[in-house]
Design a protein around this ligand. Structure first.
Ligand code: MLT
Length: 411
């Protein structure tokens, strides 16, 4: 008899975004004429930029000829893509990396989940609250937690509340932890960490022999100068941090799939017998066994993001989304709705009207304005009373959504 992984049964209901889709389908089924605007899941709407499309086509054409055909690529990704990323995305920040430290993958969601393979279950993990649900749920799935309590906190996981009072910044955990997830610019709150705040985390990790799992999926949306784009801009971070990056939001690859994880060679953990061991070696071993790399045309397309032409085109798309963010933030703020984020991040984190729960607001917004957002409580108990709107929509839809919300909820 095959026993199931009972840890899955500890998870609450379904994953957040499929649950939203279910409610939206129910609504559209009952109201087929409603023009529903989707600003829920952070999925991009602009097409791939021309330079990327061209490289993608070229990659496919190469696959069509025996002289240029590619079979399995390196599990870690092609060196030429890792090198472009190092030269164009890290060197300008003053960060030196080797290609052996950059692992190309099919996205940050998978990597931030799969990374748990290389850590022992005994590690104490700290996550933000609210948080990108993947960090919480994957730790529950592997058995690092007990059951959830009434509030929704899982026994054994350390939560760092990110609230209005602390500027949505996680505070250092009171108890000793071994692995800390950080996400800046933050999903869902849109908060960004200053150099000083990140230095605090690096110093904390070094002092406590902890590893930081730094999710930088939204770094391309930082508009203000002086805000770090990478944890490795902080001295000492290579000794304590793994960084995840994604082409999904940066270059519209949500349906293409490409991301990367940086595991510095200096980064170590301890074995059961107390010796230091390279996490880079472990991740390499893990990828070689469980992953066969990203397709050749996709890696060609990803490299084109960093060509001069591609980068200029991608910047225009990012500016388009950030203008959406401004329209949402300023439009709703003018209507008396308290909004956060949306300056260095494509998410606006707003306070629900007095006394209204996140899911009640979701249902009302859908029923009365035909606008879909994401209930803050879906990201954790401290997200209750908040609501997330994504700036990744089409401009006209964003403007219509803002005016509908203002008409209904504006003061
Ligand atoms: C989100 O809406 O939070 C993101 O789209 C989820 C993801 O990137 O997996």
């Amino acid at each position: 008899m095959a026993r199931i992984n009972d840890n899955y049964l500890k998870l609450q209901a379904g994953y957040l975004f499929p649950e939203i889709s279910r409610r939206v389908s129910e609504f559209t089924g009952a109201n087929p004429d409603a023009r529903v605007i989707r600003l829920g899941i952070g999925d991009v709407t602009r097409p791939l930029v021309p330079a990327v499309v061209k490289a993608f086509h070229e990659g496919v054409d190469e696959m069509a000829r025996s002289e240029t055909f590619h079979g399995y690529g390196p599990e870690q990704g092609y060196d030429w893509l890792a090198q472009v990323i190092i030269d164009k995305a890290y060197k300008p920040l003053g960060v030196e990396l080797k290609t052996s430290e950059v692992f190309i993958s099919d996205g940050s969601k998978c990597d931030s989940a799969n990374i748990l393979d290389i850590f022992d279950l005994s590690n104490k993990v700290a996550i933000g609250d609210p948080v990108y649900p993947v960090y919480n749920d994957t730790n529950v799935m592997v058995g690092r937690s007990g059951e959830a309590n009434e509030q929704g906190y899982y026994e054994g996981i350390v939560y760092m509340p990110c609230t209005e009072e602390n500027g949505f910044m996680p505070q250092f955990p009171e108890e000793k932890v071994d692995i800390i997830y950080l996400c800046f610019p933050n999903n869902p709150t849109g908060a960004v960490a200053t150099r000083e705040q990140l230095k605090g985390w690096v110093d904390y990790a070094l002092a406590n022999d902890a590893v930081l799992l730094f999710d930088a999926a939204y770094e391309a949306f930082i508009t203000e100068p002086g805000i770090p784009h990478s944890i490795y801009e902080i001295e000492g971070a290579k000794k304590c941090a793994i960084e995840f990056r994604s082409f999904s939001k940066t270059a519209g690859f949500t349906g293409v799939r490409c991301g990367l994880t940086v595991v510095p060679e200096e980064l170590t953990g301890t074995t059961a017998s107390g010796e230091r061991y390279s996490l880079n070696k472990l991740w390499n071993r893990r990828q070689c066994t469980k992953f066969n790399g990203v397709s050749y045309p996709v890696q060609k397309a990803a490299a084109a993001v960093y060509s001069d032409e591609g980068w200029a085109q991608v910047q225009e798309v990012i500016a388009y989304y950030m203008e959406n963010a401004r329209i949402i933030r300023e439009g709703l703020t003018a209507a008396g709705i308290r909004c956060y984020g949306g300056v260095n991040a494509p998410y606006i984190w707003l306070k629900t009207p007095e006394g209204m729960s996140s899911w009640d607001f979701f249902d009302k917004l859908l029923a009365e304005c035909h606008v879909v957002g994401t209930p803050g409580s879906g990201f954790g108990p401290s997200g209750e009373g908040y609501f997330r709107l994504s700036a990744f929509g089409e401009r006209e839809n964003v403007e219509t959504a803002v005016s509908r919300i203002r008409d209904k909820w504006g003061k």
